[in-house]
Design a protein around this ligand. Structure first.
Ligand code: GCU
Length: 598
């Protein structure tokens, strides 16, 4: 009996592990053959998650006039995809729970092809069904995922059902408390991707670490890759054409000398890169640059650079809700450029790929972050596994984007042994997955070393390359004018970014500089913060909080906040507050005193 139990136990463990096996993310979806499933999807709002037992995913129609079926997608209301549900229907503004989405579509199968469904993001949990068959589920509200549907797609009519739930949980990532709106739903694009039977799933094409004239990388195939044929990598404008043979795991590794125009904010040079294997050809636009630190300096292409930045949420300007489109990204990053930025902190979760690719084209350096935010369940293996998966997928999607220089592991987390172990694991993952970029975190626990003297000693500084420090002198503590005499140091000989400072102001609310919530008070915070940060040794950059007002359930103050965090330099309607010019002038002054680029 004991032997049987042992066998049963081993079989169960292996089955569980195999069902959790995640295939590597499909890289560069915009560069592939896709069919969009964006548009109107029928929905059923399901706060009690009855749909699971009722079998909503079957999209069933009554067989005859007797049969009891208590849902009907075809007759149901719709939501637009992509887009959060909160800002599409008044009744869903505060909704937290499940919504079932259904999309019918026809598909013509082609011989020797495979088909995948790819979703840019679903906040927070997604269960995916095709023609009534479960194809997979995904946790994490801001990273893409794809599932193969080759065997379950019909030639002709099909339907896709997705259960999306934004239910918060104390062991989720983020957990129960955030200072942003819990926008739920299919918040980014949904596409079908058709590939050859063996295709290029992912690739890494960047300058080899520590080199400015060697491209190193790999190409990962998916499918039967025997006999091993060459994978071709071409960068025509750089006169590069090379090939490599795959190994037993379908990975082809290569190194090739390269004379390149390096990517920089002043000259965001992108090259057309063509990767091909058999019938599969993928084009990408890739910039080449190096990023490293030397003591307290950040070096871009070997030269010290000061990061003139701004933080921003993925909040759609004007219309509100989750931003997702190229137009949203053009507005937001356009404002950052007008501010005089060469850097953006995309808080507090991976933003959509349109924004990252636009930053590549515009020459904006990027801090990209996973939502390990505030009070995470540090002891929970499930929370750690989820954070690791979100980090893996953030890196997998954007590891060929020159603009991205910093992977941020967390924001404002407590100094605690379990948190230290949790973040150390994430740091080790990030270094293994991407040895070329810098690792950071936004911290806010500092120690006072006498009056007006603050020291950052957070132990996670040991394994970070760049330190982020959030401080709110003049808003949450102290008066704006007292900032001038504050000093901030860190216990590490590493670059320090003040990753947040600021204060709320309702656009158009005026008074004297001592009156909170006015534009004058907010501007005064920025004037005195400027005086203060100028004196910070090791300061390598700033990303004040933040570009634009954004929705938050923690900010109800009527007539001023109305469920918006008002720390934006612009209102959510794009109106500039006085502090915008204060920061803009500061960045203009910094830029004029920058050493000329060699
Ligand atoms: C915190 C946090 C932000 C928050 C901000 C604020 O530092 O990182 O997410 O919105 O402060 O209080 O406005």
């Amino acid at each position: 009996m004991r032997r049987f139990l042992l066998f049963f136990l081993l079989a169960t463990i292996s089955q569980t592990q195999s069902s959790q096996v995640q295939t590597a993310l499909m890289a560069n979806v915009p560069g592939r053959k896709t069919a969009s499933l964006n548009g109107a999807w029928h929905i059923v709002v399901d706060p009690l998650e009855s749909g699971l037992n009722a079998g909503y995913y079957l999209n069933h129609k009554p067989k005859d006039k007797r049969e009891l079926v208590e849902y009907d997608f075809e007759a149901s209301e719709t939501l637009s995809v992509p887009g959060d549900w909160n800002t599409q229907k008044e009744k869903l503004l505060f909704y937290e729970g499940s919504v079932w989405y259904e999309k019918s579509f026809s598909y013509s199968r082609r011989e020797h092809t495979r088909v995948f469904v790819y979703l840019g993001a679903v906040n927070y949990l997604a269960r995916i069904y095709v023609n009534g068959e479960a194809v997979g589920e995904h946790e994490g509200g801001f990273t893409p995922f794809d599932f193969e549907v080759t065997k379950v797609l019909h030639d002709g009519d099909n339907f896709l059902v997705i259960e999306a739930s934004n239910q918060r949980r104390d062991d989720a990532v983020p957990a129960l408390h955030t200072d942003w709106w819990n926008y739920g739903g299919i918040t980014r694009d949904v596409v079908l991707i058709e590939t050859p039977e063996t295709f290029i799933r992912d690739y890494w094409i960047q300058l080899a670490k520590g080199s400015r004239d060697q491209i190193g990388g790999w190409v990962q195939l998916d499918g039967d890759h025997r006999p091993q044929q060459p994978v071709a990598i071409e960068i025509p404008e750089a006169g590069i054409k090379t090939s490599a043979i795959t190994d037993a795991q379908g990975r082809a590794t290569f190194h090739v000398p390269a004379k390149l125009q390096l990517w920089s904010p002043q000259d965001p040079k992108l090259y057309d890169v063509r990767i091909s294997y058999g019938d599969d050809v993928v084009h990408d636009s890739i910039g080449f640059r190096t990023i490293e630190t030397r003591g307290p300096q950040i070096l871009l292409n070997g030269e010290p650079i000061f990061l003139r930045g701004i933080s921003l949420h993925e909040e759609a300007p004007i219309r509100g809700g989750r931003a997702y489109s190229v137009e949203d990204a053009q507005t937001l990053l356009g404002w950052a450029k007008e501010l005089g930025c060469n850097f953006v902190r995309l808080a507090h979760y991976p933003h959509n790929e349109n924004e990252i690719r636009l930053a590549d084209r515009m020459g904006l350096l990027v801090w990209s972050e996973i939502p390990v935010y505030w009070d995470i369940a540090w002891k929970s293996p499930a929370a750690l596994a989820n954070a690791r998966a979100q980090l893996r997928d953030m890196i997998a999607r954007d590891h060929n984007r020159a603009a991205v220089i910093l992977w941020s592991l967390s924001n404002e987390t407590p100094v605690d042994p379990d948190r230290l172990a949790f973040l150390r694991t994430l740091a080790e993952d990030a270094r293994r997955l991407d040895p070329t970029r810098l690792i950071t975190s936004a911290m806010n626990r500092v120690e006072d070393d006498g009056a007006d003297r603050h020291v950052l000693k957070d132990p996670i500084g040991e394994f970070l390359d760049v330190l982020g420090l959030n401080e709110y002198y003049g808003w949450y503590y102290g008066r704006p004018e007292d900032a001038d005499r504050q000093t901030w140091t860190s216990a590490y000989d590493k670059p320090l970014i003040i990753s947040e400072f600021g204060g709320d102001a309702a656009y158009g609310r005026h008074g004297d500089v001592a009156t909170r919530w006015t534009e004058e008070y907010q501007a005064s915070i920025f004037v005195h913060q400027r005086n203060m940060v100028k004196k910070i040794p090791h300061l390598a950059g700033l990303s004040p909080w933040l570009l634009m007002d954004f929705r938050s359930p923690r900010r109800p103050l009527p007539g001023i906040q109305d469920y918006y965090n008002r720390k934006g330099l612009l209102s959510n309607m794009g109106q500039r507050k006085q502090a915008f010019s204060v920061l803009q002038n500061f960045y203009r002054e910094l830029h004029e005193h920058e050493p000329p680029l060699k």
